[in-house]
Design a protein around this ligand. Structure first.
Ligand SMILES: Cc1cc2nc3c(=O)[nH]c(=O)nc-3n(C[C@H](O)[C@H](O)[C@H](O)COP(=O)(O)O)c2cc1C
Length: 371
């Protein structure tokens, strides 16, 4: 058995007080060229999509979706295959599990295969995941969490990160959980400030990001409801977070990272039109055709999922999205997009860097979010 420190051995008092940080030197700054991250998105952030997003510009680091680690032995080949870089951009590989030995093995293998960051999923709210005691369920067991993180830490010479939600049923323990993560020697923390019980309801409470930034000495990455490029800068201003991570907003607006970069540089951000959305869909079809088997039903499902996000920027009460989801094949989806979306000028598409049309509700760090 691998020897791991328990919280108690490390000198804390019951029930759970994290010991001092084990890693001698805390990371002060995130090392990427831009403080922006493409979030892990199960079923979506495969290598082809990651590369397409990187080519859009403005991304500091991309993340893989979670790799589930069970109590079965971890295969070197499988873990090595996951490490697939988009040219010129760092890659964070996410693992999810609660078996101390296997999580350490997985961390060692992905680090050795060249992952720039090894990340642990502590936020997935899905019942199938929670039933197995992993993802957000780990937030309920800080002792086990600490053991898993210490074991991973001892196997990862480079960067180790953790992605948490604000809590399971309540957010009362979020600071203690974050301290537990920090004490285990994790280099930076990503926080999506919703509880597991929220799933994706309501609006992310950025005040929690601010609290963690104030309480921790490691960098904190904020994640959740940055629907417009300007929100990313506002999140940093209101919370002090070191970087922003975007998931669903990047599916809805694939230009958002480039817009954020433009805002950082103080230049005008590009405002996409309906024709840009149509072009993006054509590109998705072309790229996915190389990646996936078009005989199966996966590509139409994958493309419809993305159309559904893109369609949220069309100010038509959801008519385009609903119609697209009813179409039988990709050609029909494209025809519909060409007719209904491609002619729309930027002023009629809600993809400006600021919420000029404002179809989405962004987070806030200054007041209680309204449900
Ligand atoms: C379809 C989908 C799949 C997701 N898959 C993962 C995942 O594999 N790992 C993870 O840590 N979070 C996952 N998430 C959560 C996102 O990474 C992110 O935390 C969440 O969407 C909130 O950020 P956003 O408002 O920028 O989308 C997923 C979210 C969605 C909508």
């Amino acid at each position: 058995m691998r020897s791991v420190k328990t919280v108690d051995e490390a000198g804390s008092s019951a029930p759970f007080e994290p010991p001092p940080r084990t890693r001698p030197v805390a990371l002060r700054e995130l090392p990427w060229a831009l403080p922006t991250m493409l979030a892990p998105l199960e079923g979506i952030t495969h290598p082809t999509f990651r590369r397409m997003m990187v080519e859009q510009g403005g991304i500091g680091i991309v993340c893989t979706e979670f790799v589930r680690i069970t109590s079965n032995p971890v295969s070197r080949r499988h873990m090595g295959r996951v490490v697939d870089h988009a040219p010129g951009t760092p890659l964070s590989v996410q693992v999810m599990g609660n078996d101390v030995e296997r999580m350490a093995d997985a961390a060692r293998l992905v680090a050795a295969a060249g992952a720039d960051v090894v990340d642990i999923n502590l936020g997935c709210p899905a019942p199938r995941v929670v039933r197995k005691g992993v993802g957000s369920a780990m937030l309920k067991d800080p002792q086990l969490l600490f053991e898993v993180l210490c074991a991973m830490r001892s196997e990862v010479p480079g960067l180790l990160s953790a992605k948490i939600r604000a809590g399971f049923d309540d957010a009362d323990n979020v600071v203690r959980i974050a301290r537990c993560v920090e004490s285990a020697g994790v280099d930076y923390l990503v926080v999506h400030p919703r509880r597991r019980s929220d799933f994706y309801e309501g609006v992310a409470d950025w005040r929690i990001i601010r609290t963690l930034k104030e309480e921790l000495s490691i960098p904190v990455v904020g994640n959740g409801d940055c629907w417009y490029a300007a929100d990313a800068l506002r999140m940093q201003k209101e919370t002090g977070c070191d970087a922003v991570m975007l998931g669903r907003p990047a599916l809805r607006n694939p230009w958002i990272f480039a817009q954020i970069e433009a805002l950082y540089r103080g230049v005008e951000a590009y405002r996409p039109s309906g024709a840009d959305i149509f072009e993006w869909l054509l590109r998705l079809r072309r790229e996915f055709a190389h990646t996936f088997d078009y005989e199966g039903d996966a590509p139409i499902g994958r493309i419809k999922e993305l159309v559904s996000w893109l369609g949220r920027s069309v100010d038509d009460g959801g008519r385009f999205r609903r119609a697209a989801l009813r179409e039988p094949d990709i050609d029909a989806v494209l025809r519909l997009t060409e007719q209904n979306v491609a002619p729309l000028p930027p002023e009629q598409i809600d993809l400006a860097a600021s919420p000029l049309i404002g179809l989405e509700r962004s987070g806030t760090g200054l007041q209680t979010p309204q449900d």
